[in-house]
Design a protein. Structure first.
Length: 348
């Protein structure tokens, strides 16, 4: 197969760079702690109402995790609702995967949400000890073209597309272009651009499309500027978004890991029961707590979802990321995928 290039702004991600990025200060800026991690507007009763069984001997622990601000992958904010007596959930805001890996590997986070892209590069640069124990979120990204002009992958030929920083979404974009006989940098001009600037760039005519995340994708669609291009979730990477990773330290305490996966299970099923998003729970999170416009919320609801089970399908999608990294030349060989798996927690 033809090697598919990444955009020219690609840079090497090394373990030293990731783990030397300053990390997360112990007990750093807490987004929430015991009794307050759940968005107030979600309409949930007290934590005790849906609490799981206490830890053995009633021991007390603080479970440290993280979340991106105002992001759909926020099921961790609902863990407190299901936390048993004696268990505190501390949620720290983060802005990038480097901070999450630094926290997990450096001892300031017990759990973190990540796609496999950066962990796979980190493994190749010297190793990573954290492992996948569950899923967090599906979908949450998309390829958006200018309405009336770019409404299929083939329409991207000769166009300019905003490309986000290197990640799984860029891998998906390359695969989509390849399926249409196109190549980024040859048939389609890639414009390196951060997620927050995608909507304005499309509206202003600076680009004809963007490979983006939520809520910018839904914002462009709801404003009538953009239209979702089909096929985004049809590549081998599927709709894999983020998995829940546990640090090597917390993995030494299986009871705490088991409880945390059960909290994620309860939170995911509360938000997205039987795979269908609960409109009121999501409105409480996205509109009331995060301040999304109602029109954006209406559009985004169909392109997000909370999950907990890391099944064979997710495993296949996870491993497809490594295969794509080899295809692009970012890895010389496929990752040791088994080293990432904590299989005993995948099907409680």
């Amino acid at each position: 197969m033809t090697r598919i290039p990444v955009p020219p702004f690609r840079h090497a991600v090394t373990r030293r760079r990731l783990l030397g990025a300053g990390g997360l200060a112990a007990g750093g800026l807490a987004l929430a702690a015991c009794g307050g991690s759940e968005p107030d507007a979600a309409g949930a009763p007290s934590a005790a109402a849906g609490a799981l069984a206490p830890l053995e001997d009633g021991r007390q622990v603080t479970i440290r995790t993280c979340v991106y601000a105002q992001n759909h992958a926020s099921s961790m904010l609902f863990w407190e609702r299901f936390a048993p007596e004696g268990v505190t959930v501390e949620v720290t805001p983060v802005t990038n995967t480097a901070d999450i890996i630094a926290g997990l590997e450096g001892g300031t986070l017990d759990f973190g949400l990540m796609s496999p892209y950066v962990p796979m590069l980190t493994q190749a640069e010297g190793g990573i000890s954290s492992k996948v124990v569950a899923m967090v979120a599906r979908q949450g990204f998309g390829l958006v073209g200018r309405a009336g002009e770019v409404e299929s992958i083939e329409d991207l030929a000769g166009r300019r597309i905003a490309v986000p920083p290197p990640g799984a979404q860029v891998l998906v974009l390359n695969l989509l272009l390849e399926s249409a006989g196109l190549l980024l940098g040859r048939d389609v001009e890639g414009i390196p651009l951060g997620y927050a600037d995608h909507v304005a760039a499309l509206a202003g005519g600076d680009v004809d499309a963007f490979m983006g995340s939520e809520p910018p994708c839904s914002q462009a669609v709801s404003e009538g500027t953009g239209v979702r291009l089909p096929g985004v979730f049809d590549t081998p990477l599927g709709d894999l978004n983020t998995a829940l990773w546990a640090s090597a330290t917390v993995l030494e305490d299986p009871e705490v890991v088991d409880l945390t996966v059960r909290m994620q299970q309860a939170a995911a099923e509360y938000m997205t029961p039987d795979g269908e998003n609960d409109p009121e729970v999501w409105r409480g999170l996205l509109v009331d707590s995060f301040g999304f416009d109602e029109a954006v919320y209406d559009e985004v609801l169909g392109n997000v979802g909370a999950q907990w089970r890391f099944d064979e399908e997710r495993q296949s999608q996870f491993e497809a990321v490594g295969a794509a990294l080899v295809e692009t030349g970012e890895l010389e060989a496929e990752p040791d995928n088994e080293a990432f798996y904590a299989l005993e927690y995948w099907d409680l």
